[in-house]
Design a protein around this ligand. Structure first.
Ligand SMILES: [Ca+2]
Length: 138
């Protein structure tokens, strides 16, 4: 029985499809602008000064309690990434006081402006302390 497609055609299509897949192992890091660096390492939490994961970044890859952010970071965080296997509690005041909110693991928050504290305040530029815990769930 004659195959419907020639083997060389099947191989060519397979090779073309494979070439479309991302291959991070072979990517030359120098060729990748930092802006498109997508997901941080598994188990890490990134805090950014600007929306859309822009500006300066703080990265934690293990559970940590930060009772008081430095002046450089206090009331500055605008977007966050919570890697798989962690969750984060954020607080509006130092010492884990004030309003609180938890973001579960595997969460991208492009802008904390989208998360309201009350009718006039959002979570943008207001975080003063936080706790990173193990596990995805809050
Ligand atoms: Ca900010």
């Amino acid at each position: 029985m004659k195959p419907k497609y020639a083997p060389w055609l099947i191989l060519a299509v397979a090779a073309a499809l494979l070439s479309l897949l991302p291959s991070p192992q072979t990517t030359n890091a120098a060729m990748v602008p930092s802006l498109v660096q997508a997901y941080p390492p598994r188990g890490c939490v990134d805090l950014y000064q600007d929306d859309n994961h822009g500006g300066e970044r703080l990265r934690y890859c293990r559970p940590v309690n930060v009772a008081s952010l430095s002046a450089h970071w206090n009331d500055r965080i605008s977007s966050i990434y919570v890697g798989y296997g962690r969750h984060i509690w954020v607080f509006t005041e130092s010492g884990y006081r004030g309003a609180r909110r938890c973001f579960p693991g595997n969460t991208y928050v492009n802008s904390l402006r989208a998360f309201r504290i009350d009718w006039r305040k959002t979570w943008n530029d207001i975080i003063s302390s936080f706790q990173i815990h193990n596990g995805n769930n809050c």
